[in-house]
Design a protein around this ligand. Structure first.
Ligand SMILES: [Fe+2]
Length: 543
């Protein structure tokens, strides 16, 4: 339930199931890899790792009312050390208590070299609306303990949901002090809304360095970049604290790419621009390998030229209280229009570019738009939270006379945005809340029925987050820009951090949490602003 149906052309080939079966059979006669030592090969069960294979930590996500995905990835200590060429069994345990004296579920997953020895254990049979502890065991080593929870039953009356929304954690722009504070927020869930990694370095004024300051292009590159981030203890601790629901933006692949088309910046692919889909495929695979996603969400070889796809659009129901709808605005979008001919993306004067609002252009792709409309038709009487990548509301970015909009965001796809707001209205969605990231600034405002007429009705509210670490190019201009965009009620661009939303049946409250210095792991956090929205009334109030 809840998953966007795969269009027929994207269906998983049957070979995948046979492939999995082969792997399962292989595990029955598992050979001991060279790195497992200490006992004869026959006594594999007692073999021991000489090192901690859980150096990337643990994570959970994609929760359901009866289960959750548990994630880890086995790694060798050195970059070029290998775990061998055979699949490795990994035991997982879910317990009611932190000492693991009362197990709720346990099983064995297979970490395969094809998927970088990542583990995606899909736990079922858990009780709804409950917290659990989990861990993995491999080669005599036990992983750190994570904490996770299930969703409430679909019909349950739920009193409260607390989630944080976060995005844009450029490695070299800061340390992850934000996550140290996020852990104290008593969250049910983290929504990560894109730019988990950046594919190219921004070495100027870097506060920490990459082991290799290079642009990532190959599968090995993307794996290394993800593993670099997952080695950070503060990020690891936040992943271990509660389930995450994730989507991506452009930098998980390449700056401002559009569907199968490369965006700004070279190299486009190993062999030039024509190779971009292969690069995208590698990036998608590495993303899947490092996120707590379901196996069915990784569509191996199902895309153009046999490339991989990842299905991120999905619905999560928090009983009667809230419905969370996650979107992907990257994988199926049309090209940006009227921008720089070389790069496509850019600031565009809408008066000179009618193509911005061409109804034939799409940001979500036709299948996802249709799926979204169906999700809105089924929206309950509670909150409808829409998690996506970027600023939703129209934003004239030019201070003074004339207009300039960013053609890579929703402003570059006006008709597609209109179809989304039409869908909210047509299905009388009672309390829509748009959450986004990407802009590295905090923007708060009203979702308008028609952004061409800012005086038109509010049909929802919007909270677009700042970044965990990534710097803002024009952050100091945010207040001036807001003055020309009256459907927004708050903008601040110089502070890094995250937002916390608390939903109750009658109201939602959003607290913008910002750091005094995102370049420090021991940064202090403070509240930048607080907002309240009453259920059924799309008006943002301060306080
Ligand atoms: Fe970003």
């Amino acid at each position: 339930m809840g998953r966007m149906p795969v269009p027929p052309s994207l269906a998983t080939p049957a070979i995948d199931r046979r492939h999995l079966l082969r792997l399962a059979l292989a595990s029955a006669t598992l050979a001991t890899p060279a790195a497992l030592i200490g006992l004869p090969r026959k006594a594999h069960a007692q073999a021991r790792w000489r090192f901690d294979p859980f150096a990337l930590g643990v994570a959970s996500g994609s929760p359901a009312a009866d289960g959750v995905v548990l994630w880890t990835r086995l790694v060798a200590p050195g970059l070029f050390d290998s775990l061998g060429t055979e699949p490795l069994p990994v035991r997982w345990e879910v317990a009611h208590d932190e000492a693991f004296s009362r197990l709720a579920a346990s099983g064995q997953a297979l970490a395969t070299p094809e998927l970088a020895f990542s583990v995606h254990a899909e736990v079922q049979g858990l009780a709804p609306d409950r917290w659990y502890f989990y861990r993995f065991i491999s080669g005599g080593v036990t992983s750190p303990v994570g904490r996770t929870r299930t969703l409430p039953a679909p019909e349950a009356r739920v009193a409260r949901l607390r989630l944080a929304y976060a995005s844009c954690q450029r490695w070299e722009h800061g340390l992850y002090g934000a996550y140290r504070h996020m852990r104290e927020e008593n969250l049910d869930l983290v929504l990560f809304l894109g730019d988990y990694i950046y594919e190219y370095p921004n070495a100027a004024a870097a506060v920490r360095n990459f082991p290799t300051l290079a642009t990532v292009v190959t599968l090995a590159d993307y794996r290394e970049r993800h593993a670099l981030h997952r080695g950070d203890p503060l990020l690891q601790a936040m992943h271990a604290a509660c389930p995450w629901v994730v989507t991506w933006d452009d930098h998980e692949v390449q700056n401002d790419y559009a569907g199968p088309l490369p965006g700004d910046g070279r190299p486009w692919g190993l062999n030039g621009a024509s190779d971009f889909v292969a690069r995208r495929s590698a990036a998608y695979q590495a993303f899947y390998e490092h996120m707590p996603l379901r196996a069915a969400d990784f569509l191996r070889g199902a895309g153009v030229q046999g490339t991989h796809q990842v299905m991120l659009p999905r619905r999560y129901r928090f009983g009667q209280l809230a419905d969370l709808v996650m979107l992907d605005t990257r994988q199926w979008r049309d090209a940006q229009v009227c921008g720089d001919p070389q790069h496509r993306s850019g600031m565009v004067d809408p008066a000179t570019c009618p193509a911005l609002d061409d109804p034939s252009r799409t940001l979500l792709g036709a299948a996802q738009e249709q799926w979204f409309d169906q999700a809105m038709a089924q929206a309950g009487s509670g909150w409808t939270v829409i998690g996506q990548q970027t600023l939703f509301g129209r934003r004239d970015g030019r201070v003074g006379s004339g207009e300039q909009v960013w053609n890579d965001g929703w402003d570059g796809y006006g008709a597609a945005r209109r179809r989304l707001t039409d869908s909210l209205q047509r299905h009388r969605v009672r309390s829509p809340v748009m959450l986004g990231g990407d802009v590295h600034e905090n923007w708060v405002g009203h979702v308008k029925a028609d952004y061409v007429r800012p005086e038109s009705a509010s049909v929802g509210v919007e909270f677009c987050g700042t970044s965990i670490t990534s710097r803002s190019a024009a952050g100091a201009m945010a207040t001036k820009r807001m003055a020309e965009n009256p459907h927004f009620v708050f903008a601040e661009g110089t502070r890094r951090g995250y937002g916390v939303c608390e939903f109750t049946p009658g109201a939602m409250r959003t607290t913008l949490r910002v750091l005094d210095d995102a370049t420090r792991a021991d940064a202090r956090v403070e509240t930048l602003a607080r907002f309240a929205v009453q259920a059924g009334r799309p008006v943002v109030e301060r306080g």
